[in-house]
Design a protein around this ligand. Structure first.
Ligand SMILES: [Mg+2]
Length: 425
């Protein structure tokens, strides 16, 4: 609910905009822009993936024709090639992806001064009270969807509802290039029949446990006794019960230049007991935080992390960097150091990353290595590649939190990296 300045209680209107198979669409649109008559990657079996010659390569995003060969996001390029010998494999171009993402956000900013950039290809907008300016929510959704397609050459899904959770669920209905509503009165008809694994924050292990409890659909979960869920999943049980009932009161949180700090945290639906997994989750959080930092044209000097154990004991730890930065790699290095110093090996349920001591990047003295923005992004690309090489196949996690077309509502890890309620400013 939202209280207007006249004290009238009214429903909020929230949009969730999600690029359809982002990496593949962006690469396809870019190629068509460069060379009008080239083949549209979206119309042939094609994937975005790492280096095929190195054994680490995995599928980051796939075209619909590639899907027909049952090629899956996250599988090795080797096995994808076996399924479809004529498969076109294109390496990821993160610099291009950032440019496409920025171009889309720039369109939103023509209408909304404040946009929540949720991942590289997803944004939340608060449309509450905007109908007077831009027409009904559905009219505006069509307008913005068509503009993106016409001007930028790729398609999006738009979900509309009264909160972020329902808007996000709605944008995940039939794809591509579609607008869906999921208002509270539509929950029973549109959301409850779906398999419970489709609910945001229900990961693979939670899904398995729910099925064992005889909870098959989101509707089953919504009607399950909360105390039963608590006994199996602790507070995560309350969260997914609220989500199954369409409840979420988190607000759209744009990254405003006045922000004192930027943070992101996530509750994990299983116990993390090894530092490799923990660090991959921390990397996903760092990535989002740094993207928001760069988006707001700021740099940071203070880095802190928080760790909450399975028994809800939390601790935090922070350090000052030698100089202001907005480079993911540098901030992630500090995050890892902090984690190694602070973690006492108790199973982890919640992780957070926060950066503060922000200053406008025009005030930042550039170190010799930062000639310009391009060089910074190159550094970012390099760090992404290094991490991928280092972690090999588990880099699927790295790939997925950039939302490379992996459905965050399916599979083991990815959805935990899409915190709605817990992203902090
Ligand atoms: Mg997407």
């Amino acid at each position: 609910m939202y209280t207007s300045f006249r004290g009238v209680i009214m429903d909020r209107i929230i949009f969730h905009i999600d690029v359809n198979s982002a990496y593949l669409s962006w690469e396809a649109a870019y190629r068509l822009q460069k060379q009008v008559n080239c083949i549209d990657l979206r119309t042939i079996p094609a994937v975005i993936g790492g280096d095929e010659s190195k054994r680490h390569g995995i599928v980051l995003a796939k075209s619909i024709p590639a899907k027909k060969y049952s090629i899956q996001t996250g599988e090795s390029l080797f096995s994808a090639r076996e399924k479809c010998p004529s498969l076109t494999i294109v390496p990821p171009n993160y610099k291009l992806f950032m440019q496409c993402s920025n171009a889309m956000v720039a369109i939103f900013k023509e209408y909304f001064p404040l946009v929540e950039r949720y991942s590289i290809d997803e944004c939340f907008l608060d449309y509450t009270g905007m109908s007077h300016h831009f027409g009904s929510p559905i009219q505006f959704a069509h307008h913005i969807k068509n503009r993106i397609q016409k001007e930028l050459g790729f398609t999006v899904n738009i979900g509309i509802s009264t909160n972020k959770l329902l808007a996000k669920m709605a944008s995940d209905f039939e794809k591509p290039n579609k607008i869906h509503t999921l208002f509270p009165h539509e929950i029973e008809e549109k959301m409850w029949p779906l398999p419970v694994r489709d609910l945001f924050m229900v990961g693979r292990s939670t899904n398995t446990k729910l099925l064992r409890l005889g909870i098959y659909t989101i509707g089953d979960l919504a009607k399950t006794d909360k105390t039963l869920l608590y006994s199996h999943f602790k507070s995560h049980g309350y969260l997914i019960h609220a989500y199954a009932n369409g409840l979420d009161d988190s607000t759209v949180k744009p990254c405003s230049p006045k922000a004192k700090g930027i943070g992101n945290s996530t509750t994990i639906s299983f116990d993390v007991t090894d530092s490799t997994t923990a660090k991959l989750i921390l990397l996903s959080l760092t990535e989002t935080v740094c993207m928001r930092l760069r988006d707001s044209k700021m740099t940071a000097k203070m880095v802190s992390i928080s760790i909450k154990s399975h028994d809800f004991i939390s601790l935090s730890h922070q350090m000052q960097l030698t100089e202001h930065t907005d480079i993911t790699h540098n901030i992630y290095k500090a995050v890892c150091t902090l984690f190694d110093e602070a973690w006492n090996k108790t199973p982890i349920r919640h992780l957070g990353v926060r950066i503060s001591s922000l200053t406008s990047n025009s005030n930042t003295q550039l170190s010799l290595l930062d000639f310009d923005k391009d060089n910074k992004y190159t550094a970012l690309d390099e760090s992404i590649d290094k991490i991928r090489l280092k972690y090999g196949n588990t880099a699927i996690i790295r790939a997925s939190f950039l939302h490379s077309g992996i459905n965050p509502l399916n599979g083991g890890m990815p959805e935990e990296n899409y915190p709605i309620m817990s992203s902090l400013l």
